[in-house]
Design a protein around this ligand. Sequence first.
Ligand SMILES: Cc1cc2nc3c(=O)[nH]c(=O)nc-3n(C[C@H](O)[C@H](O)[C@H](O)COP(=O)(O)OP(=O)(O)OC[C@H]3O[C@@H](n4cnc5c(N)ncnc54)[C@H](O)[C@@H]3O)c2cc1C
Ligand code: FES
Length: 353
Amino acid sequence: MGNKHRVRFEPVGIEIEVDEEQNILRAAAEQGVQLMHGCKEGQCAACKSFVLEGDMDNIELDKYSTFALPDSEREEGQTLLCRAHAYEDLVIELLQYDEEIIRSGLPISKGVAEVVSNEPATHDMRHLVLKLIEPEEIKFFPGQYLDISVPNTDEHRSFSMAHVPGRDAHWEFVIKIYPDGLFSDFLASKVQVGDRLDVEGPFGTFTLRESRTSPIVFVGGGAGMAPVLGLLRAMADRGVDRKAVFYYGARAKRDLCFEEELRSLESRIPGFRYVPALSEPAGDDEWDGEVGLITDVVERCEPDLKGRDAYVCGPPPMVDAALAKLTALGVLEQNIFYDKFTTTGEPEGEDGP
Ligand SMILES: Cc1cc2nc3c(=O)[nH]c(=O)nc-3n(C[C@H](O)[C@H](O)[C@H](O)COP(=O)(O)OP(=O)(O)OC[C@H]3O[C@@H](n4cnc5c(N)ncnc54)[C@H](O)[C@@H]3O)c2cc1C
Ligand code: FES
């Protein structure tokens, strides 16, 4: 343990104590303060904040991507809370925060889970099902994610939960297999039913803002299916009757998954529609649904999105394109909630110190 310092967040006026050896985001989470974050690894910029009081030389940053924090922004006093270690008392202005969730933090727990099944969801995505062995329960909100350790390494990877709390003891994930990916390789060729994995969580702020009643547009691509499925399942279970539509982008028919369940959710959630779109249908795909990039399909089907909340999840380029399109179509920036599935293997862009 190192020395401890006080860090106050404005404009919310919350103060925490931070050990020099911990990053500020982690220290906040451990004290029940749920700050906005995504990757926790300096890549997505969701935790970017402004240092109001404190010397920048007394904030040390772990490795990060300069796409998330360009040097010019760092020089202006911005920092990434998931990478920042405080060496004096600080006052930080949160550039993004959410009144509804900042006090909703659930404790982060470490646990052990057993592999129940690992079946194909599509030709390159797996439907991994785990059973928590210990502790008995890890509380989470639908849409959050878990860190799973890669056996025999010091690495972990983040995966969004597709299941809902309390449904049954099984934890579900939808995981894309990347050639040469560390976890991908483990999942594609090494894991056995009954294997035990170290897990830690919950993390993430891609959760349903329950105090809001606006109709919702979900936009997802690839494994971004997982947390959206979690949110939709939760809406159905709890009888949430907010009007909702889910635009899901895939390349061809063989990339679609959970079709049957999504169609059945159309009858379980009043006013819910599932709209899959194929960007490159194969020659033999019999398909009379939407065709095109998911962002273009949203624009074609929804010329005016004023008054909606949007939830976006998937690979970073898709999320960035969707954020730009949704704001252009009238969704207010503060009403767009998203998770970017950034990867840890090779951070995009040059690394910071
Ligand atoms: C908040 C959050 C939630 C996430 N949830 C999910 C989820 O539910 N499902 C899921 O599948 N993933 C999810 N991810 C991504 C996941 O954590 C891993 O980063 C991803 O699965 C790759 O891990 P890997 O060990 O297989 O590959 P790595 O070993 O990390 O990467 C190895 C190589 O693969 C290449 N590679 C990795 N990703 C890509 C890519 N997108 N395109 C091209 N090449 C690539 C890299 O360049 C690298 O050279 C999430 C990420 C975050 C931050
Ligand atoms: S959570 Fe800090 S950069 Fe992603």
